[in-house]
Design a protein around this ligand. Sequence first.
Ligand code: C2O
Ligand code: CU
Ligand code: CU
Length: 550
Amino acid sequence: MTTNRRKWLLAAGATAAGAAGGLVWWRRTREERTMPPERAAQPALPPLPLDPDFPNPLARPGTDGINGILDVGGMLTIVAKPVRHALEPGKSASLLGFEVEHLGKRYINPLLRIRSGGQFRARFWNALEDPSIIHWHGLKLDSNNDGHPHYAVAGGATYDYQFTVTNRAATYWYHPHPHHHTGRQVYLGLTGLFVVEDAEELALGEALDLSLGATDIPLIIQDRTLDKNGQIRFAPEDGERFDGYRGAAVLVNGTPRPYLDTATRILRFRILNGSNARMYRVAFRQGENLVAFQVIGTDGGLLPGPQSAQEVFLSPSERVDVLLDLRAARRGDTVTLSSLAFDPMEHESHAGAPAPEHTGHHANAAPAPAKVAIPAEGDAMDLMKIRVTTENTYDRTIPRTLARFMADDGTLARPRLITLDVKGGRWRINGRTYEQRETPIVVKRDTRELWDINNAKRSMPHPFHIHGFQFKVISRKGSPEQQSRLAVTPAGLSCTDLGWKDTVLTWPGETVRIAIDFTHPYPGDQVYMVHCHNLEHEDGGMMVNMKVAS
Ligand code: C2O
Ligand code: CU
Ligand code: CU
């Protein structure tokens, strides 16, 4: 590494440490900074050589097409159907997609963008063979609009949604939720983002000169096994149904081995772990050195202020919103978005697995010749290359205050205990697997509760998700070292536990306390669900109904 780069890394670290502390960053001369844009524009420079390991430009949300940005208005028709699209360049694959035609444009898995307080109306048309329903992950809704599996409609049928978006700004998402079929339908392509905006969000975008799709970039991370023809292979074996189905390659916005070109500036990434089962230990690195970044938001939107971090765990369905500061970078610098190695803590899981011979899917078990090697959970992986191609003037700094909300003091009544464990080869919540007609959890509307989510010692990590409400994380106890070392509060919270959440990662042996406010405006009883967001666990029944009684 050159001295130049070393300096830059130090600068990045210092930037993170003193985000709002008045440090002097990389500065250009006054003339450079005040030059009008046309004159500041670089003469055309020769393209930088491609890294053969990252040859594909990252797909980003544009004005139509895949993940295209659709500003919600009027009545949408969202059709879940087979579509063709090349994941590997030049290899057209058959996938499933949510297709929408709107104002003369065609979208697949549109990024639905709406203002907080806006009206959402859509007809879901299930043009799949299997039953399906759309769940709006993270939104506060009544059960009719939530997309509970109970409302799944048969192939050919429709389901109408109509609701007011009351959530604060955040990156929510939508996906199918039919019981037993969720994992397959998501894996084959049915995933979209639901971006809510409000005044705080718009202020940040303004302060940092962000533009969604260009410099404010959603990254949907999904691991997929593609065969040699570029087709997605969904064929979990027993062991994979138990642990979760993991793919051989990690796609970002559907792009395998992607790169992203940028100018010297601050980039925002809204990262969604849309994988069925794989967790990531997200970091940015330059060579062996980690590059500090700012965590600015979680599942339910912006944090009160930016938090400096070098790594965050992201389990399935969680989102993290981060800023990567490349103001001090030079043309030709690269940063790699990676998942660092971690202990998957799955060894215990086989205590309850059906039979040991069914669990031979790990990379170290000899793969059958036709099979692609699948990285084991916790293996280090590089996900995307970020290349600095342009040096330009960008004179913005990260605001100290991003949002205002109350921290929860966690002083409520006796907590409700929620246990996660395994018996007879099945993952359970409070000793149960899913029964559509039963509602084992009943809470009273307009009350606040503490829940202690206790993951058994002989278990595996479970991303614990609640429909219909965002909650606060109060404490983590019994955390493994790889989690506790990220603690930024005496209660053991990491910086990604500081915001609003709809999914929280629970490690084996850990007890995570959360606070939930069951206040909502919907009349009568409302039935939601509580489940593990490892989609194979969910499809296997690690899910219970929760009634919010009027
Ligand atoms: Cu994304 Cu029931 O969940
Ligand atoms: Cu959900
Ligand atoms: Cu689970």
